[in-house]
Design a protein around this ligand. Structure first.
Ligand code: KIV
Ligand code: ZN
Length: 510
């Protein structure tokens, strides 16, 4: 059976999608989870893009134990040098060099002739290979390139030492039969292509990224580039969970498999949602809320009689466990630890204590604490960030006939309490956010998104707020979960500000 390598680009192409930007510590958490998931390559970022990207790639390279860590680089010496500087300490470093090969990209974007592209490819791939043993070359917009010319460029990249050749459908234009034939044609027309890994990278503009990637596998590709939940530029990239589960479920068709520990899929998807605040649609294949739900009576009856009547894969195979133990206010720390373990979370002693304390408060307010509630508490700890400002207290005077006032007190890094009182005719959130902005001296950031969600149903449900702020073109997320929605909103805003300060400090430290 063929082994298909999984090249995960959640932290690079995925992060380029609107609303999905992550700071350094969030990227580090995501990278650790991708390593646990068993991906072969983690594309950690585009090191030259910004000091923040560089620091994130370098940080990930330092901690990832199993997967290769790649940085993207244009075919420019300064890009390759920066990418190498960022990944060189990785256990398995990879340089990912790209250059467009379609006429439209060469003429309008690169302003280079075919000869210049061929020369640049040879020089830059050779240069990358002089630094690193593992070099991937991507022919950007490959699927819309002139086939003969593309084959010449690919041949040059192989001669120059590239070990992986990637043939992207950059604009998501291909359809499955066409893309499969395209891969077969390149394989048939390039000498020594069987000595390198042939990779595919599909975008989902026409909703065909998964199908195109799988057709490529049927025609000789042995690496798929993809992202968790399918996030990515425009309509996104091939969804990791879809190609992995398709290969696993239809081995009879593909005769291929991956090294992914599929029981980590659900957890990885949830972590990404918790970090970015971007939810997957309920009917999303594999990881959507309804992917394993059987609503109609006929289906339920069939599944109860024999699961396989309507289920082609088990929820357990992606790490969704049926869990009968319900926790409530009488449950102890051991029961909580046990439950978290069953849900796939391993938490340290200190974290367990903190989660337990919050669990007790919640259990006091709610009759029972659901898996979703617990997951929200755990994510709150996992994505905990360094707090430059801590919320001490807030008091809001609100009503539909008065101007709202909010008094907020924060504790700053020196341990000093700072307090501001502001009023607003727009209500408690606006009043509190103005007070917080005053306290942190925030002239250089703005609120760009505010999302409220209920973790479970009922008026006693925990409210989850995700706030996005923008500063110097970068987006910072803040999350908070609380039974009081206004408190969640206040905490989420402070968290976003802390995230921004922390990220700036990390970048400054290099
Ligand atoms: O879509 C694309 O072509 C890319 C390349 C840089 C690999 O993301
Ligand atoms: Zn892409």
């Amino acid at each position: 059976m063929k082994k298909i390598k999984i090249f995960d680009t959640t932290l690079r192409d995925g992060e380029q999608s609107p609303g999905c930007s992550m700071n350094i510590s969030e990227k580090l958490k995501m990278a650790a989870q991708l390593d646990a998931l068993g991906v072969d390559v983690i594309e950690a970022g585009f090191a030259i893009a910004s000091p923040g990207d560089f620091a994130a790639v370098k940080g990930i390279a330092a901690v990832v134990k199993h997967a290769a860590v790649a940085s993207l680089a244009r075919s420019l010496k300064k890009d390759i040098d920066t990418a190498w500087e960022a990944v060189r300490e990785a256990v398995h470093p990879r340089l990912h060099v790209f250059l467009a090969t379609s006429d439209i990209h060469m003429e309008y974007k690169l302003k280079m002739s075919r000869e210049e592209v061929k020369r640049t490819c040879r020089e830059m791939v050779s240069y990358a290979c002089s630094l690193c043993d593992d070099v991937e070359f991507s022919a950007e917009d490959a699927s819309r390139s002139d086939l003969a010319f593309l084959c010449e460029v690919v041949q040059i990249a192989i001669e120059a030492g590239a070990t992986t050749i990637n043939l992207p459908d950059t604009v998501g234009y291909s359809v499955p039969t066409e893309y499969g034939k395209f891969i077969a044609d390149v394989m048939a027309n390039v000498k020594d292509i069987d000595k390198v890994t042939v990779s595919v990278h599909c975008h989902n503009d026409l909703g065909m990224a998964t199908a195109n990637s799988l057709m490529a596998v049927m025609n000789g590709a042995t690496q798929i580039e993809c992202t968790v939940n399918g996030i990515g530029e425009r309509a996104g990239n091939t969804a990791l969970e879809e190609v992995v589960m398709a290969l696993k479920t239809r081995k009879d068709i593909f005769d291929a498999d991956t090294d992914i520990d599929t029981t980590q899929i659900f957890k990885t998807s949830k972590l990404l949602t918790a970090i970015t605040g971007v939810k997957v649609q309920p009917n999303k294949a594999i990881v959507g809320e309804n992917a394993f739900a059987h609503e109609s009576g006929i289906h339920q009856h069939g599944v109860l009689a024999k699961r396989e009547t309507y289920e082609i894969m088990t929820p357990e195979s992606i790490g969704l466990k049926e869990n009968k133990m319900v926790l409530g206010k009488h449950s102890g720390k051991h029961a909580l630890e046990d439950k978290l373990h069953q849900m796939g979370f391993t938490v340290g002693k200190e974290e367990l204590q903190e989660i337990f304390e919050e669990f007790k408060v919640l259990a006091d307010r709610q009759k029972s604490v659901s898996d979703l509630d617990l997951e929200a508490l755990v994510h709150k700890k996992i994505i905990k960030i360094h707090e430059s400002f801590k919320l001490d207290r807030f008091v809001i005077n609100v009503g539909n006939t008065i101007t709202t006032t909010s008094a907020v007190r924060l504790i700053n890094e020196n341990g000093d309490a700072v307090e501001a009182v502001t009023s607003s005719k727009f209500g408690p959130i606006d009043a509190s956010y103005s007070a917080i902005k005053q306290l942190v001296g925030g002239e250089d950031f703005e609120l760009v998104d505010f999302l409220i969600d209920a973790v479970t149903g009922g008026t006693d449900a925990q409210g989850k707020v995700t706030v996005k702020i923008r500063s110097a073109g970068k987006i910072y997320n803040g999350h908070a979960v609380c039974t009081d929605i206004v408190e969640a909103a206040v905490r989420a805003y402070v968290a976003a500000i802390n995230n921004m300060i922390h990220d700036r400090n990390l970048v400054a430290e290099g």
